[in-house]
Every structure is written in structure tokens, then in C-alpha cells.
Design a protein around this ligand. Structure first.
Ligand code: DP6
Length: 412
């Protein structure tokens, strides 16, 4: 008999346009409002996870980016995902046995070894918990051959990290707040697949940040406890925006999509400021990017919104725009926030070399753009500009070739 069972898969990062901020239940991870995100291509940003189950493993172990996490019994979020998927596996094994299947393997009783890696540096300050917990949940479901839908799985990933539930789908994804106390209706659904709006792309501006801010998990509960503005956001603003942005996405209406995206990022940072004591995630560079994008949107002939910024719990900017505007926006960002000359090759990542040969930062600004809007920042204020597209949900890889564990079940 085979002594071990193994699966490897990858999962994407998602960036919300309607932000999740606040929990009504911190154990089950139930949010105070619905949220909506765009899943980004795994070409640049992804988590990869191998999980092996074996009757020979003495205990369950976890390696994150090559380093073993020692105290996993106290990692409640990991334990939530393991417990929930094992319970489903157990039910499935019982069902198969009842049906008379003789060769049911009791995977639910085996310990597992989990090896997980991100293809992007955690130090870049890009959220890795969403792709990480989505990948953990998805890979466990594959290993256990769980006969459940992706939406069903999203309720498990949610208990690892709220935003992880949205990374189980590609394209445009809503996390429905739900009303049940047990979380049975707080789940992710796909609004539209990635091919629905292929012209929509993202530019991620990695902004230098010396000090680490307060974590999302802690920050959002301080907001729940102290911000009166959050109540207005929960009751009035988000329900309306969820409807309008869903419509905007379905109609590929960039004007509406961009306005709601920027307003919601602004309001999220406003409730952070309304928290007592206040929380600041944006820095001077982030605010300068907001001014540049605002000028870009208002200085063109028809005052058409051509780009939308959004910021999570950190200073990095994500700019959503249509593909045709990408060279113009990169030129503007590179002009005001030049790269560090020494490691210039890292400054700009272009997935398909489409814009190769373009001297970004040296081309003229668009007509009507007020060049005095902000000063030119010191080199390295933006460390990297990453151009990426909308992407698919988790992918299963070809077991042996892609597996990250060796014969003994240790990282290769
Ligand atoms: C600002 O999902 O990281 O990125 O549920 O405590 O793990 P936990 O929080 P997390 O919060 C993400 C907050 C956000 C907005 C968003 O992604 O919707």
C-alpha cells in the first residue's frame, strides 16, 4: 500500500475594492460588512503549498517559506482550517464505508506535513495571509478529495484569514457578510470570471516603509470598538456600494468602478483615522500617489477617470486601470518616484515585455497635467512597479514534479 498521500497547489492574492474592515465574531471570523475584490494573476504573486498525509508522521508539522513553525498547536487559524477539513473528510469516509466501499483510506486520522511558500517577498508588505490560507484550505480539500463546492470551502478559508475566502475564486469576487451566527452564510461567491474584463489590469507600487504598522487583525477590532464612522459605513455606505460596484463590473463600466474603488479606499483610511487612538497606514509617498492619480484623472480633456488607486493596511498603492493607459501611468509614477539607480533592474516588472524599450519616467507628461502637483521624490521612494493582470483561482499542480517535500517528508 502507498504509505503517503500528497497534493500540491497554488493560490492567488486578491486586492479588495470594497474593503473588509471589522469583525462581528473574532473566533469564526465573521465580518461587519460585505466586501468585494479582484483576484490578481499568479504569474507574479502566489502562494504554493504541498501537503502530505502519512500514517508514519508522528505529528503535524508546518514550514512557511522554509522555516518550521514550532508552536502550531497554538496557531488557532491553522487549527481551524485543519479541523474543519478533517471533519469533512471523516464524514466522507463514513459515507463511503456505509456505501460498502472497501478501500477507504483513513486520511482524516493521519498527521500531515505542510510546506508553503510565496513567490513574492513577505517584506514587500503585500498581504500573504489571503493567498496562504486559501492555498492551505484548497490543498487540504484536494488531498481529502472533499466533495464540496468552492463557496463551501470559502467558509473554511475564512476561518484562517477573512480575506482568504475571496482568494478561492478567480476574477471578481464578493464575500457576503451573511446573517447567521454560526457563519454558515458568510461566504465568497464569484461575480464574474477573469475573462469577463480582460482589459482591466493592476499596477502595484511597492512603497518603502521602515516601520511596520499595526496588523489588520488588531487594527480592525480597535476600529470596531471606537469608530462611530464605521457604523455609518456598515449600515449605509457598504450595502449601496456593493450593489453599484457589482453593476459596474458586470457592465465593464470603468468610470463607476474607479470612483467607487477610490471612495472606498478613502473611507477605509478615514475609519482608521476615526479609530481612537488613530491608525495610519498611508505615508507621504502613498498620499503623493493619490494626488498624482487625481491629477491624471482630472487633467485629461473629458475628465475621464482613467485610473483608480486603492490601499490596504499599509503604504503600497494598487492602481487599477485599463491596459491602454498602462505606459502613461508607469511613466508618471517613474518620473515622480524614480527607482534606486543601483538596483534599477528590479524597479519595473513587465510580464510580457510589451513595453520594452519604453523610457519610463523620461517621456513627457500627458497634456494638461500640472507638473507642479507634487515634488519629485528621492530615488527608491517607490521600490518597484509591478504590472499584473486579473487572474484565476487556485490551481492543482502535478504531484511529484511540483511537490516541495522530499522522501522523508521534509522540505526539499
Ligand atoms: C485592509 O483578512 O488580513 O486588506 O481576517 O484578521 O486575517 P484577518 O484580516 P485580513 O484583513 C484584510 C483587510 C484589508 C481589506 C480587505 O482585504 O478587504
Amino acid at each position: 500500500m502507498n504509505r503517503f498521500y500528497e497534493k500540491t497547489s497554488t493560490s492567488p492574492v486578491n486586492i479588495a475594492v470594497i474593503k473588509y474592515w471589522g469583525k462581528r465574531d473574532t473566533t469564526l471570523i465573521l465580518p461587519t460588512n460585505s466586501s468585494l475584490s479582484v483576484t490578481l494573476s499568479q504569474e507574479h504573486l502566489q502562494s504554493k503549498t504541498t501537503i502530505r498525509a502519512s500514517p508514519d508522521f508522528k505529528k503535524t508539522r508546518l514550514w512557511l517559506n522554509g522555516i518550521e513553525e514550532i508552536d502550531i498547536d497554538n496557531n488557532k487559524r491553522l487549527q481551524n482550517c485543519l479541523r474543519e477539513t478533517r471533519n469533512l473528510r471523516k464524514e466522507y469516509e463514513n459515507k463511503l464505508s456505509k456505501e460498502g466501499v472497501k478501500t477507504v483510506i483513513p486520511l482524516s486520522e493521519f498527521n500531515v506535513h505542510i510546506c508553503s511558500e510565496n513567490n513574492f517577498p513577505t517584506a514587500a508588505g503585500l498581504a500573504s495571509s489571503a493567498s496562504g490560507f486559501a492555498c492551505l484550505t484548497y490543498t487540504l480539500a484536494q488531498l481529502y478529495e472533499l466533495p464540496v463546492s468552492t463557496t463551501e470551502l470559502s467558509k473554511i478559508a475564512r476561518q484562517g484569514s477573512g480575506s482568504a475566502c475571496r482568494s478561492l475564486f478567480g476574477g471578481f469576487v464578493a464575500w457576503e457578510l451573511g446573517s447567521q451566527n454560526d457563519g454558515s452564510d458568510s461566504q465568497a461567491i464569484q461575480i464574474a470570471p477573469k475573462d469577463h474584463w480582460p482589459e482591466l489590469e493592476a499596477l502595484i507600487c511597492i512603497v518603502s516603509d521602515a516601520k511596520k504598522g499595526i496588523s489588520s487583525t488588531e487594527g480592525m477590532q480597535n476600529t470596531v470598538a471606537t469608530s462611530p464612522l464605521l457604523q455609518h459605513r456598515i449600515e449605509k455606505v457598504v450595502p449601496e456600494r456593493m450593489k453599484s460596484i457589482t453593476e459596474a463590473i458586470l457592465n465593464r463600466d470603468f468610470q463607476k468602478f474607479a470612483e467607487i474603488t477610490m471612495r472606498d479606499s478613502n473611507q477605509f483610511h478615514a475609519v482608521c483615522l476615526d479609530t481612537y487612538p488613530p491608525i495610519f497606514y498611508l505615508n507621504d509617498v502613498s498620499r503623493a500617489i493619490i494626488r498624482v492619480i487625481t491629477e491624471y484623472n482630472s487633467s485629461n480633456e473629458f475628465k475621464k477617470l482613467k485610473a483608480a488607486y486603492t490601499f490596504d493596511a499599509g503604504p503600497n498603492a494598487v492602481i487599477y486601470t485599463l491596459r491602454e493607459n498602462i505606459p502613461e501611468i508607469i511613466n508618471i509614477i517613474a518620473k515622480y518616484f524614480p527607482g534606486n539607480v543601483e538596483n534599477d533592474k528590479d524597479y519595473f516588472s513587465d510580464p510580457d515585455q510589451l513595453f520594452a524599450g519604453n523610457r519610463f519616467g523620461e517621456n513627457p507628461l500627458p497634456q494638461g497635467f500640472n507638473s507642479q502637483i507634487i515634488p519629485i521624490f528621492p530615488p527608491g521612494s517607490v521600490k518597484q512597479i509591478l504590472n499584473t493582470r486579473i487572474g484565476d483561482g487556485p490551481q492543482t499542480l502535478n504531484g511529484e514534479k511540483d511537490g516541495m517535500l522530499n522522501e522523508e517528508g521534509l522540505p526539499k
